[in-house]
Design a protein around this ligand. Structure first.
Ligand code: ADP
Length: 372
């Protein structure tokens, strides 16, 4: 049985705004779930309904099979970390960590043990006597996380906890939070607009758009099997390339770059979409380039389509290079080896493996499954 159940959850704010529509999800004990989507899509609202900070307009929320809609935050056994760390500025790190337990009337020696252990997990042992203003942003955020985990709750909720940190601190805290999750085993729901955080931290990701869940799946699922253009474009950096096209005689009619779907798509698919508008997609990192073998002979990647276009921009990023290509009908980005450095305004050839071709219905934006 699922540990947390969200069944047909809706949020309609008092001003009539319908922020979350029919949210359904079953969360297993100990899972790390990430809600991801652009700003305003309803992630925080859903999290706050789970926390008991916002009432649920319609639907059922169950903890361990028991309805919890009417329970307050304390009864639900949740701890929450917010974007702003909200530490007590006049209290030391020790007292900030201990505060919640002191309020609960926990014995001093128990508090001392818990503070020591949490400080150790978070690498704060040497900072216990400092005030928040004497800490770096990353250390402050760690104290905020510490205040939540010290309570030994079963459900841990985090709302954009890393957004006030700089890029380097974010990467460090990302792995620290994952490790803390492993150590505490608390069921965790984490909200972010950052797809990299979602991909690197989650057991399962919930992608949201405008109040609706688009897809729930493992990072692998979302990357390789997105259900629609939104998910395909949201997960992955740079995002998936999209080129509008039409199926004619089973071939995608992209100027100078025809793609013969019959080579790998089921006949039922090419028949169904014959004459229709579709969107062709491929990931920047899926492209392959022709290679020269030792004899100087060009070797062409097998089972792939050749495409040609004009080089518009080359961005060397260190571990890879992004090449912006104009393929006449559209602009696409290729993510290639940093040693590849084509000249601007020259022609460029690349190959897309059959297995890396995605197709979407232009009308519904849903993914078209190419073969059974
Ligand atoms: P996210 O966390 O994905 O950025 P939110 O859950 O904060 O999004 O907000 C979802 C939508 O609900 C937004 O359009 C926001 O403006 C709206 N919203 C949030 N809080 C309220 C409120 N108290 N009253 C009315 N609308 C709200």
């Amino acid at each position: 049985m699922a540990y947390l159940t969200l069944r047909g959850i809706n949020k309609i704010y008092p001003n009539g705004f319908h922020a979350v529509h029919d949210f359904n999800l079953e969360i297993n004990k100990g899972e790390f779930i990430v809600f991801v989507g652009s700003s305003g899509c309803g992630k925080s609202t859903t999290l706050r309904m789970i926390a008991g900070l916002e009432n649920i307009s319609k639907g059922d929320f169950l903890i361990d099979g028991e309805r919890a809609n009417e329970k307050g935050p304390r009864e639900r056994g949740v701890a929450m970390v917010f974007q702003s760390y909200a530490l007590y500025p006049h209290m030391t790190v020790y007292d900030n960590l201990a505060f919640g337990l002191t309020l609960q009337g926990v014995d001093d020696d128990v508090i001392d043990k818990r503070v020591t252990s949490v400080a150790k997990i978070l690498g704060l042992s040497d900072y216990l006597e400092r005030l928040p203003r004497e800490l770096s942003g990353g250390q402050r955020q760690r104290v905020a996380v510490g205040r939540a985990i010290i309570r030994k709750v079963n459900i841990f909720l985090m709302d954009e906890p890393l957004s006030n940190l700089d890029a380097k601190q974010r990467v460090t805290m990302r792995s620290e939070i994952t490790q803390i999750h492993r150590q505490t085993g608390a069921t965790t729901i984490y909200v972010t607009h950052d797809q990299t955080e979602a991909m690197t931290m989650a057991d399962r990701i919930v992608v949201m758009k405008a109040g609706y869940v688009q897809q729930v799946g493992t990072p692998f699922d979302l990357y390789f099997n997105p259900v629609n253009m939104f998910v395909a474009g949201f997960i992955g950096e740079p995002p998936m390339n999209f080129v509008e096209s039409r199926v004619e005689n089973g071939v995608l009619d992209i100027a100078n770059n025809p793609i013969d779907l019959r080579k790998f798509a089921d006949k039922s698919v090419t028949d169904e979409y014959e004459g229709k508008e579709v969107v062709f997609g491929f990931r920047p990192e899926a492209v392959k380039l022709a290679d020269e073998d030792e004899g100087g002979k060009e070797s062409i990647p097998a089972d792939s389509f050749k495409m040609t276009g004009k080089v518009e921009l080359v961005e060397l990023l260190g571990d890879n290079t992004n090449i912006y290509i104009d393929i006449f009908d559209a602009n696409v980005i290729l993510k290639v080896d940093p040693h590849v450095s084509p000249k601007l305004d020259t022609g460029f050839e690349f190959y897309i493996p059959y297995e890396s071709v995605y197709l979407f219905d232009k009308q519904t934006e849903k993914r078209i499954k190419l073969s059974e």
